[in-house]
Design a protein around this ligand. Structure first.
Ligand SMILES: *Cc1c(COP(=O)(O)O)cnc(C)c1O
Length: 217
């Protein structure tokens, strides 16, 4: 099937109010142009140099999101082009982003990545760490960072019940943070769900789904 056909098929399954983010990592400029021509404007990359090169080669009205592990020495490749970082996984990284943005008088939108999967390899804050961070108002130490919500990845398993429980745990955390921090005006996004499980994520309150392979294959 063509990229346009895939995208149109997926779009029909995504309700109003949920953002379809096309994960374009490893795909060619030509494939991304086809995604663009199918009407999509939010693309997500996981490698700094790749995001930087693609942002320079494709139309200027694309919103670039970053979803990979971000090393502090790569901020200059990502932050000037990036509408949203989904994958802030440590306070050390937040500190580096804050310093980078303060020096340039800019602000960046981020989601906190929360570890919900049972696999050890996934990065992120624990549920308790993420809640404490906001309950203790530690976000106030980062005035150049806009905290826009949470991101998580479920375990890669065919057990859809297990995946649903993980998404629900992130959704519950999201609701608890919003309830205790009504002052966080931008805190609205819950990024969860990929090609295999985005339907489950939407059932559990996702506001953004990140769909790579199913968009292209
Ligand atoms: C690659 C990736 C995706 C997309 O995965 P697919 O299974 O191809 O849809 C989503 N989120 C993150 C963080 C990724 O690294």
């Amino acid at each position: 099937m063509s990229i346009r056909t895939n995208i149109e098929r997926i779009r029909k399954t995504i309700p109003q109010g949920v953002e379809y983010v096309v994960v374009s990592k490893y795909r060619s400029i030509d494939e991304l142009q086809q995604v663009y021509d199918a009407g999509m404007r939010i693309f997500a990359e996981s490698r700094p140099a790749e995001l930087n090169a693609k942002a320079g080669a494709l139309p200027g009205d694309i919103q670039w999101h970053f979803i990979g592990h971000l090393q502090t020495n790569k901020l200059k490749l990502v932050l000037p082009h990036c509408a949203l970082i989904h994958s802030v996984d440590s306070e050390r990284l937040l500190r580096a982003i804050e310093d980078f943005c303060a020096a340039r008088d800019m602000r960046v939108n981020v989601l906190m990545e929360v570890h919900i999967a049972s696999e050890d390899s996934k990065q992120g804050f624990s549920i308790a760490e993420a809640f404490d961070f906001f309950a203790a108002r530690r976000d106030e130490a980062f005035p150049h960072v806009a905290f826009c919500g949470l991101m998580g990845m479920a375990t890669n398993t065919p057990d859809r019940e297990a995946v649903a429980l993980e998404f629900e745990s992130l959704h519950a955390l999201f609701a608890r943070i919003k309830a205790c921090r009504g002052d966080l005006a931008a805190f609205r996004e819950l990024s969860m769900g990929m090609s295999q499980d985005y339907d489950i994520a939407i059932e559990h309150g996702a506001t953004m789904v990140r769909i790579g392979s199913a968009s292209f294959e």
